[in-house]
Design a protein around this ligand. Structure first.
Ligand SMILES: [Zn+2]
Length: 327
């Protein structure tokens, strides 16, 4: 081989090596992009970092705020899914066994209760041991109907997260447990929990002052989720059923809702999601009633009036103030 030939070969090799390098780079970038796409759905997890599995949105929110960057949080209830009758995949059931910490509310989601028992994971927070549940109160006895939202009076009300002070107590329990599980980051957990509690105290204050002077303190809702909120801020929840946003209510049902509104001298019918204009018109009839949204924050979707617990609670406060004629 001549010197020129050798040089040529070396140049070619270096080119092909560079090319290989470029191809490898591209592959790496593609792989990274692929990973990044996956990360948006699955929580990032550094080796050795605790993993927390939560049962539904408000618990996920609390865990994420207290854990900050120090733990990966996965939620069993997908955004927009109804948490009350959640069904778990085998993979989700398995995730309870390997989790560093599971946070759930016993009695709220039967499948989760069962999976937690099956997992035999000792690192579990049952939030009912932190905030005890009260019986469902709907104040709808005078409706004379035993169905749906107002029906089961022996049941316990799971919706503690709509009282910010309850959220703060659950956050405190999560903080204490994370400090034990991951003592290296105790200072982070304590600081995060303190910040969250401060913000929750501010929210509680805005509800107390915002709802202190109202013309109407009763409110009608289709989802009896606001019992704890009502008790905390001296309001009365009147839960009615049979007003699903998709279903066409019967004339008898509309008449009944109107009768309740008239009896309580109320002007607003709250539902969980936006009801169709046709239904709103049907309900309003010639009584001048309006419909509005009060969000039980069981999940956050594009339809939510806010992107997280705090912003949706702010929307709920605004809606309650408007309906109550609060000054
Ligand atoms: Zn609910």
């Amino acid at each position: 081989m001549t010197l020129v030939g050798l040089l040529m070969k070396m140049v070619l090799m270096s080119v092909s090596v560079r090319r290989l390098g470029a191809v490898a780079c591209m592959l790496t970038l593609l792989a990274l992009a692929g990973c990044a796409g996956g990360i948006t759905r699955m929580p990032t997890r550094n080796p050795g970092q605790p993993t927390i599995v939560t049962a539904f949105y408000p618990l996920q929110f609390i865990a994420q705020r207290v854990a900050g960057d120090q733990a990966a949080v996965a939620n069993l209830t997908q955004p927009g899914a109804e948490p009350h009758d959640l069904e778990l995949t085998p993979r989700q059931v398995a995730s309870l066994t390997t989790a560093s910490l599971v946070i759930y509310e016993k009695g709220f989601q039967p499948e989760v209760d069962e999976a937690v028992v099956q997992s035999e994971n000792p690192e579990v927070i049952d939030t009912t041991t932190v905030v005890s549940l009260r019986p469902l109160t709907t104040n709808a006895d005078d409706l004379g109907r035993g169905e749906g939202a107002g029906g089961d009076h022996s049941a316990l009300d799971p919706h503690v997260w709509l009282d910010p002070t309850a959220v703060s107590r659950i956050a405190g329990a999560v903080e204490k447990r994370l400090v034990i599980i991951d003592p290296d980051h105790a200072a982070d957990y304590r600081r995060n929990a303190a910040e969250l509690s401060k913000e929750l105290r501010g929210l509680d204050r805005s509800f107390r002052t915002g709802l202190a002077h109202c013309v109407r303190t009763d409110f009608i809702t289709t989802h009896a989720a606001f019992g704890y909120l009502a008790q905390r801020y001296h309001l009365t929840q009147i839960a009615i059923s049979g007003l699903s946003p998709d279903a066409e209510p019967s004339p008898a049902r509309i008449a009944e809702v109107q009768r309740v509104a008239r009896n309580y001298e109320l002007t607003t019918i709250f539902s969980e999601t936006l009801v169709s204009p046709a239904m709103a018109e049907a309900i309003a009839g010639d009584l001048g009633l309006v419909t509005d949204v009060l969000d039980p924050i069981e999940g956050v979707t594009d339809q939510s009036r806010g992107h997280d617990y705090f912003s949706i609670m702010a929307s709920n406060l605004a809606a309650l103030r408007k309906a109550g004629g609060c000054s």
